[in-house]
Design a protein around this ligand. Structure first.
Ligand code: SAM
Length: 345
């Protein structure tokens, strides 16, 4: 994913949404979803609509499919909506966080879907929009909210979390070796004046990473920015809640395809799929009760990565880990996620 900034306005970006964000492993996603669409009036939920690249690919490849596109970012919804307008009623955009998938489907009167697609993380649009503060490459307010209408900003996190918590976030979400030093420097700086701009954070990181280390591994602020973005948007917690809900939304025969870009995301996906794909019967039972048989079948072997051809034309695909599964039977009652009234059809 390019993290270079440019001077274009949202309108300009909207006019060429297709060129702004190349969907990762698009053909593979289409191939994995295809068998699930072999029914009348199939529905796909694209839980991470973004610039609408994957959705456009689905709508073009499968003329009988309807797509419900979710995004917590109103700007993404607006731009994707414009791009997908030619598909008319086959596309419905909804402003929602993806752990609200079942509420959205209930509101739309859709009892079960044939596909759920999740392409996690930030979009190129979000990185390119200087004022949103996702990028370390230009000075901007410390915001980083995917949904700019609500929630804590990066400045709130930096100015209110205690030193230990800041260090934990940088270490766990950013895999930053120098997390304690950076956290200490943040706390020292804010004692004088609260942090407000991305440029201030970049300077703190630079000053607290040894010169020898700074020479390798790209911009030293990259890991800190990634960590803050994940914390600001509660990305791992939301994903852990959303995965069982999304699996629950699938009708029998439906498929879920998830593209993760961070090891913690991929671990959450692997675990959630394993719950459904593993017998829940106690190991010492001589016969597996039908109620404890797996309700998912994994359709990828481990996590798939991008091949050379994809890497050559789409740098964003470098860290992708793709996993997919198919629902083979309804979820047994004892494994149903809480706070959902949905049933597999
Ligand atoms: C990587 S982009 C998706 C790009 C899209 N597949 C395409 O081809 O254009 C991820 C999108 O998911 C959205 N997103 C991330 N987390 C979300 C969440 N918890 N709920 C809803 N949308 C989310 C982001 O705002 C961003 O627009």
């Amino acid at each position: 994913m390019t993290e270079e900034l440019n001077e274009r306005t949202p309108e300009h970006i909207g006019n060429d949404a297709a060129s702004r964000h190349t969907p990762v492993l698009l053909q593979r996603c289409l191939d994995l979803l295809a068998p699930a669409f072999d029914v009348e009036n199939p529905v796909l939920v694209d839980s991470t609509l973004g610039m609408g690249g994957h959705t456009e690919g689905v709508l073009q490849a499968f003329p009988h499919v309807r797509v419900i596109g979710l995004d917590r970012d109103t700007q993404a919804l607006e731009l994707a909506g414009r791009r997908l307008a030619p598909f008319g009623e086959r596309f419905t955009g909804v402003h929602a966080v993806y752990d609200e998938i079942n509420d959205v489907l209930d509101r739309l009167g859709i009892p079960g879907v044939q596909g759920v697609l999740m392409d996690l993380g930030v979009s190129s649009l979000q990185l390119d929009e200087r004022e949103r503060g996702f990028s370390y490459s230009a000075d901007a307010p410390l915001d980083m909210r995917m949904d700019a209408t609500t929630g804590q900003t990066a400045a709130d996190v930096l100015n209110t979390y205690d030193e230990r918590e800041l260090a934990r976030i940088l270490r766990v979400y950013g895999e930053e070796r120098f997390a304690p030093r950076i956290a200490r420097a943040i706390v020292a700086q804010r004692a004088t004046r609260p942090l407000a701009r991305t440029g201030e954070l970049v300077s703190i990181v630079r000053a607290n990473i040894p010169a020898a280390t700074r020479k390798t591994g790209g911009n030293p602020a990259k890991r800190t920015f990634q960590a803050l973005r994940i914390e600001v948007n509660g990305e791992i917690e939301v994903l852990e809640r959303a995965l069982p809900q999304s699996i629950e939304a699938l009708a029998v025969g439906g498929r879920i395809v998830v593209e993760a870009y961070h090891s913690l995301e991929d671990r959450a996906v692997k675990r959630a799929l394993a719950v459904g794909a593993t017998s829940s019967a106690p190991p010492d039972l001589p016969v597996e009760p039908a109620t404890h048989a797996p309700f998912l079948r994994l359709v990828t072997r481990g996590a798939e990565e991008a091949d050379e051809a994809e890497l050559a034309h789409n740098p964003r695909s470098q860290s992708v880990r793709l996993r997919a599964a198919e629902r083979v039977r309804p979820t047994p009652d004892h494994l149903k996620p809480r706070q959902t009234g949905r049933r597999a059809a």
